[in-house]
Design a protein around this ligand. Sequence first.
Ligand code: PRP
Ligand code: URA
Length: 209
Amino acid sequence: MANVHILNHPLIQHKITLIRDNSTGAKEFRELVDELALLMTYEVTRDLPLGEVEIHTPIKRTRSNVISGKKLTVVPILRAGLGMVDGVLKLIPAAKVGHVGLYRDPETLEPVEYYCKLPKDLEEREFIVVDPMLATGGSASAAISFIKQRGGTNIKFVCLVAAPEGVDKMAKDHPDVDIYTASLDEKLNEDGYIVPGLGDAGDRLYGTK
Ligand code: PRP
Ligand code: URA
């Protein structure tokens, strides 16, 4: 499937199994989402461009690598995406954080917008949009459209679990956006939940069910 990267690192796969498990409580679930976001950020940033700077080691003057290119912004899709932000920031502490607030209408499954706050210089930035779940793809597609409407062009999407339906929608709406996921699951059920999935990510993160 075009533009989808499945991150098969054993630590990522092990932790995904733990968060899928129904007996994992909110505290452990939050910790695992944080750790997964950090591990996935390591993989997602593999292609960042490098430049050289001159430094002085205790021994001699030398040239050494630093990350160059566009400044990074992480954009969580509220609310469940918030659970992934700290994990990204642990590896990219200088990143700015934009927020897009969307919830999925339980009847229509269409995304409803309630908040959008992004940095100003969007053209100058690379975006990493985070949300644990890519189900119908409505929320991710809408969030990425907000960023593009305001001038963003360089965008990656990172989720923990994806459904084929969401991947197809993203490929249709945003073929330029690479998707990084720990798992491509079987399908959606009649209520729009990912099968086997992990249930409602927001509710499991924040203990609201
Ligand atoms: C969940 C999830 C995604 C969305 C995925 O959020 O965190 O944002 O559903 O579904 P989709 O691909 O079909 O759009 P939800 O709407 O439950 O809101 P919450 O994060 O506030 O719980
Ligand atoms: N949102 C979730 O939190 N879980 C799903 O399986 C689908 C949408």
